[in-house]
Design a protein around this ligand. Sequence first.
Ligand SMILES: CC(C)(COP(=O)(O)OP(=O)(O)OC[C@H]1O[C@@H](n2cnc3c(N)ncnc32)[C@H](O)[C@@H]1OP(=O)(O)O)[C@@H](O)C(=O)NCCC(=O)NCCS
Length: 147
Amino acid sequence: MQPRPMKSQDLTAVALLEAEAFSDPWSYNMLAQELVFDSSFGFVIDNAPEGGIRAFAFFRVFVSEMHIMRIATGKAWRRMGLAGCLLASCLETARQNSAKEAFLEVRASNEAARLFYQKHGFDIVGIRKGYYPSSGEAALILKKKLE
Ligand SMILES: CC(C)(COP(=O)(O)OP(=O)(O)OC[C@H]1O[C@@H](n2cnc3c(N)ncnc32)[C@H](O)[C@@H]1OP(=O)(O)O)[C@@H](O)C(=O)NCCC(=O)NCCS
């Protein structure tokens, strides 16, 4: 279960997992744009040799800040430590690219993700009211210092 950089050949499987994991999924084209965006990094844990992927993450690094855009594990593979393993790889790559702090937004109602990030040392530092346009739900802003 070693994370590796995402390739364009992974995008079909990433789009399937994205649709399974999020109520507001990014389209294939949005994912493809994210993959080629200069400041963006994508990682996957693939399902070799069967094919497909078990988990993926996207993040961006702007100077000293890392922004986690997406992290998801397929339903069949949850609570096995995959997202934790991916997150560790993402944080390490961000550190190597000079990031000093990591940020992300998470739905206030997403208890699994909140507990996941809490377990990995993220703190709530703010709230964005009405952040998700489809539901009007608030987002919590989470932050972790990267040593
Ligand atoms: C959040 C998510 C990425 C976690 O993936 P995962 O591979 O299951 O996570 P891990 O196995 O590495 O970590 C599990 C830890 O996260 C927390 N956690 C994850 N799912 C949980 C749940 N359903 N209930 C309570 N805690 C949960 C716990 O702290 C858990 O540790 P434990 O198993 O020792 O109790 C996954 O549930 C997911 O893909 N959700 C949908 C997409 C999403 O919401 N992404 C995050 C917002 S960007």
